[in-house]
Ligand binder design. Structure first.
Ligand code: FE2
Ligand code: FE2
Length: 222
């Protein structure tokens, strides 16, 4: 039986740049930020800034999962379709909740209720990935550190150029999400006043996204 990635050493995960170690670091950062938001010790503006950081990390992280990781798991594992459908549904619910949170004033009691619901779903998504999907990916890749590191580099490149806001109307799967991702990312990052990725990173990400689109089209033809 495969072990949760939460219980494995960095070496077992394939090193610091493996996709499994990168996933776990982001999950830990999300947990830290959610605790900070809920701590009660923050001023209103700081609290909203923390919530924005949580959403930026959540949506860029999830977009790269949906375009790079879950298609790989569906290709490699016989039960990949069933496993990924569950987390895509969670991602969709988080997108819908975040959209509702953004349209609610921070002093409205519903704002905190919706935020608590979104945090519960983010935590559920993390558990499902660390305990089930990522160990399954590790298993089908034969615990091969080099492959886990290559996948980690691809995932990270897409994550750095991914949309940073909720988009519940966009497909959670390639090619729909990959096609929408580049223009949405530009708009989101301008609205969030984030520094744009370097031209080289953008070029690589565009090539990866194009590969996702072509791959999905070829699979559909077969
Ligand atoms: Fe994740
Ligand atoms: Fe996720």
């Amino acid at each position: 039986m495969s072990r949760s990635i939460a219980q494995q050493s960095v070496d077992e995960l394939g090193g610091q740049s493996s996709v499994l170690a990168r996933q776990r670091r982001d999950h830990e950062e999300l947990d830290r930020l959610m605790h900070r938001y809920a701590s009660g010790g923050l001023h209103a503006a700081e609290r909203q800034k923390t919530l924005k950081e949580i959403f930026q990390l959540t949506f860029s992280h999830a977009f790269a999962e949906e375009t790079v990781l879950w298609p790989a798991l569906r290709r490699l594992a016989p039960d990949g379709a069933e496993l990924t459908a569950r987390v895509e549904e969670e991602h969709q619910q988080i997108n819908e909740l975040a959209t509702r949170i953004e349209s609610t004033e921070p002093d409205d009691p519903r704002h905190d209720e919706l935020t608590a619901d979104a945090f519960a779903l983010i935590r559920q998504d993390i558990r499902e990935e660390e305990d089930v999907l990522l160990p399954r990916l590790q298993e089908v890749l034969g615990h091969d550190g080099a492959r886990l590191r290559r996948l980690g580099t691809t995932w990270e490149t897409v994550r750095r150029t991914a949309p940073t806001r909720p988009h519940p109307g966009v497909s959670r799967r390639p090619p729909g999400n990959a096609l929408a991702g580049v223009p949405l990312s530009a708009v989101d990052r301008a609205r969030d006043a984030l520094s744009p990725p370097s031209p080289r990173t953008l070029w690589i990400a565009a090539a990866l996204v194009a590969a996702c689109v072509v791959g999905a089209a070829l699979r559909r033809k077969r």
